[in-house]
Design a protein around this ligand. Structure first.
Ligand SMILES: Nc1nc2c(ncn2[C@@H]2O[C@H](COP(=O)(O)OP(=O)(O)O)[C@@H](O)[C@H]2O)c(=O)[nH]1
Ligand SMILES: [Mg+2]
Length: 360
């Protein structure tokens, strides 16, 4: 069984939207389907060659291929990612999180340009499982990344629009590999900051940066303890327009709060810095901290460990995702799931009982 997610029978509309990696819209809308069919077949060898030469058009096409929901594209996409793997991994993968409005996209613009100043190439990706509904937050964000999006050393890609978080995360990982093969050595992954995509992003990056607002209480920012614990770097944004002192105080408070957490077993002390994404204050210092982080991890042998954990998580997540979609294709599981979902939604059945019924 070479491709578990091969759709063997025609599922119902609701079932399709459940299948990770299957974009219901693309499968059901004949116009989209038509567009898919017209897309020219990609040749792995020549695409790889172009990618390695840094060809942006080839990179866009390659990403479209890995994001494709057509089962017939899966073998080519897998081959291409596989071929790119040995040319990947030379980057720093940085996750950026924080509640909506904290300034992630504004920060990415400044931060990205700053890396480019230092002769790096920057790819910006997003993990946004809701982007099918919202039209893709990073697309709207392109206005905040105006200069970066026009820079020839930057590549900005909106979140893939497949429904499930697992599917979006897998495609983002594959996209990351393609970008690295195309010579991008700084990969920035922005989360939507609504609480569900953080763990996925944490599992695919080397360093996780959390943006906070000075003055807003933790509850207000919806920052759960778990997210604080995931951070390798904490930035108090909007330290400008008279808020500088407040940001300093907030930074001191966060540092104090961090002391209550267990020490990082890797010996890394989380830097907490006020910044202004709009004015560019302290952005070069953030880059210095990140380079310090990399040196620290390399010196202690943790960098290699980080990358192997990422690979294992990738395997783990993919297995979970494949099992889910395989299970959905068996018998009448998709219909049964819809029924159970309705009961759980109305409160008639607990989620646990629902899940047990499906597997009972
Ligand atoms: N004063 C100030 N405003 C900022 C700063 N960074 C972002 N903003 C503003 O905050 C709003 C949300 O920014 P955005 O980057 O879209 O936040 P995101 O939702 O986290 O991506 C926008 O109006 C930005 O102009 C900053 O450093 N200082
Ligand atoms: Mg944003």
């Amino acid at each position: 069984m070479p491709y578990l997610y091969l759709v063997t029978k025609k599922p119902s509309k609701s079932a399709l939207s459940e299948v990770p990696g299957v974009d219901a819209q693309a499968s059901l809308n004949p116009n989209l389907k038509q567009r898919n069919i017209k897309r020219k077949q990609i040749d792995v060898e020549s695409t790889l060659e172009k990618l390695l030469a840094g060809d942006r058009t080839a990179l866009s096409q390659a990403i479209t291929l890995v994001e494709s929901t057509r089962p017939s594209d899966f073998p080519t996409a897998d081959k291409l990612v596989q071929a790119c793997l040995e040319h990947s991994g030379k980057s720093i993968r940085i996750g950026i999180t924080g509640v909506p409005g904290v300034g992630k996209s504004t920060f990415v613009e400044r931060f990205g340009l700053e890396w480019i100043e230092k002769n790096h190439k920057v790819a910006v990706l997003a993990v946004d499982p809701s982007s099918a509904k919202t039209g893709g937050s990073i697309l709207g964000d392109k206005t905040r990344m105006n200069r970066l999006s026009q820079n020839e050393n930057a590549f900005i890609r909106p979140s893939p629009s497949a429904g499930s978080l697992g599917g979006v995360a897998r495609k983002t990982r594959e996209t990351m590999i393609l970008c690295e093969a195309a010579g991008y050595d700084i990969i920035l992954v922005e989360t939507v900051g609504v609480g569900q995509s953080e763990t996925s992003v944490k599992r695919m990056v080397d360093l996780f940066a959390l943006l906070l607002l000075p003055g807003a209480g933790d509850e207000l920012q919806g920052i759960k303890r778990g997210i604080m614990e995931m951070a390798d770097l904490i930035l108090l944004n909007k330290a400008d327009s008279g808020q500088e002192r407040k940001a300093q105080l907030a930074a001191a408070e966060v540092r104090r709060a961090l002391k209550l957490y267990p020490d990082d077993p890797r010996g890394w002390t989380i830097p907490v810095e006020p910044i202004s994404a709009v004015e560019g204050t302290n952005i070069p210092e953030v880059i210095d901290e990140i380079e310090k982080f990399r040196r620290h991890m390399e010196l202690k042998g943790h960098w290699h460990e980080l990358r192997s954990s990422q690979a294992l998580w990738w395997l783990d997540d993919t297995i979970g995702e494949l099992l889910h979609s395989y299970w959905l294709q068996q018998g009448d599981n998709a219909t049964r799931l819809s029924e159970v979902k309705a009961k759980v939604q109305s409160g008639e059945m607990s989620p646990l009982a629902g899940a047990r019924r499906l597997f009972g």
